[in-house]
Ligand binder design. Structure first.
Ligand code: AMP
Ligand code: FES
Ligand code: ZN
Ligand code: ZN
Length: 310
């Protein structure tokens, strides 16, 4: 197998592009795909301060590396979710990445800063863990960005993640979500812009990028996400991709270009009736925001102890 660009030995094939790449040209391919997404969807402007939400996993650490490589001023944000050993190891990877490269990592810890962790919060609020976790992440990403004066929050969602969510929403015709599944959410009062610059790159490409660039990452999946229905959707899409390369990218990227606008994308409308949380000041539809209500239920609850994750 030879590199399609330089004919040197290739280390990876990317079937949907009908191409093979040597390490250098693969890194160039990943940078190029990220640049294309940023430009096409007008995600970032030069000179803006970017906060990259890093989980310690491959996608978000790769994203941080790519954005810095493309010359963006990008700091990292790690949220300690308190999911046992999984979170401890994830945090170690995020810290090691930052310190080895002299980058700034902002850290927020649910247990230290808010008095609870995801397993305990989920149980106390009678929510599934991913729901308590997602709610906390959304709130704390916004808060950290606004407190730190960042223009935009970037997350490591890749093509496989977005295609799986779209697939789930189409299977159930959750039309209210379809218009929001765009890789850029504009800023609004109380909310920074949110972008997903890796939407043109598959999970497998991100893993290969980390290996080639020497990025150590948390390889375990979150133990709370086991059995998550999106994992099944990813498998289904991968099996289609196997026989018909390019289908996954077409499904998601063509949706964005041809169909997403047919659904409600009018974010301005959401603001009608938004109140200010009486506890933290965040925009909310109730008197007290969902995160503050979660904090209220979870602090003081008996901590849930997780067993070893491996
Ligand atoms: P997930 O929701 O776990 O699929 O993660 C999606 C994206 O959210 C990741 O690519 C990261 O950008 C971000 N993220 C997830 N977990 C964390 C965390 N603990 N701290 C900061 N960012 C995170
Ligand atoms: Fe949030 Fe697993 S990372 S529940
Ligand atoms: Zn090459
Ligand atoms: Zn609040």
């Amino acid at each position: 197998m030879k590199c399609t660009v330089c004919r040197k030995p290739a280390v990876i094939d990317v079937r949907r592009h009908n191409a093979n790449f040597c390490p250098d040209h693969f890194v160039a391919h990943v940078q190029e795909q990220t640049k294309r997404a940023i430009e096409h969807f007008k995600m970032l402007r030069r000179g803006e301060r970017v906060l990259v939400a890093v989980s310690g996993g491959k996608d978000s650490l790769a994203l941080w590396d790519i954005l810095v490589g493309l010359g963006y001023e990008a700091d990292g944000l790690y949220l300690g979710l308190g999911i046992g050993e999984y979170s401890d190891i994830s945090g170690d990877h995020a810290r090691a990445f930052a310190s080895e490269r002299g980058l700034k990592l902002v850290e927020v810890d649910l247990r230290d800063d808010y008095g609870f962790d995801v397993p305990t919060g989920a149980k106390a609020a009678k929510r599934v863990p991913c729901s308590a976790c997602g709610l906390s992440k959304r709130h704390l990403f916004n808060r950290a960005a606004l407190d730190g004066g960042y223009d935009v929050v970037a997350t490591g969602h890749n093509l496989d993640d977005e295609a799986a969510v779209l697939f789930g929403n189409v299977l159930r015709w959750n039309v209210e979500y379809l218009g929001r599944q765009v890789p850029v959410l504009p800023s609004r009062p109380g909310f920074p812009r949110k972008v997903k610059p890796l939407v043109r790159l598959a999970e497998r490409e991100m893993a290969a990028y980390c290996v080639i660039r020497g990025i150590d990452y948390q390889v375990e999946e979150c133990p709370m996400a086991a059995g998550n229905r999106h994992l099944g959707y990813k498998e289904a899409l991968n099996s289609i991709e196997q026989t018909s390369p390019g289908t996954k990218a077409a499904f998601y990227l063509e949706f964005l270009d041809k169909a997403a606008h047919l659904f409600n994308t009018d974010f301005e409308e959401d603001q009608v009736g938004l109140l200010v949380c009486q506890s933290c000041g965040a925009p909310t539809t109730a008197e007290v925001c969902a995160f503050c209500r979660l904090v209220d239920k979870a602090t003081g609850a008996v901590p849930v102890v997780l067993g070893p994750t491996r």
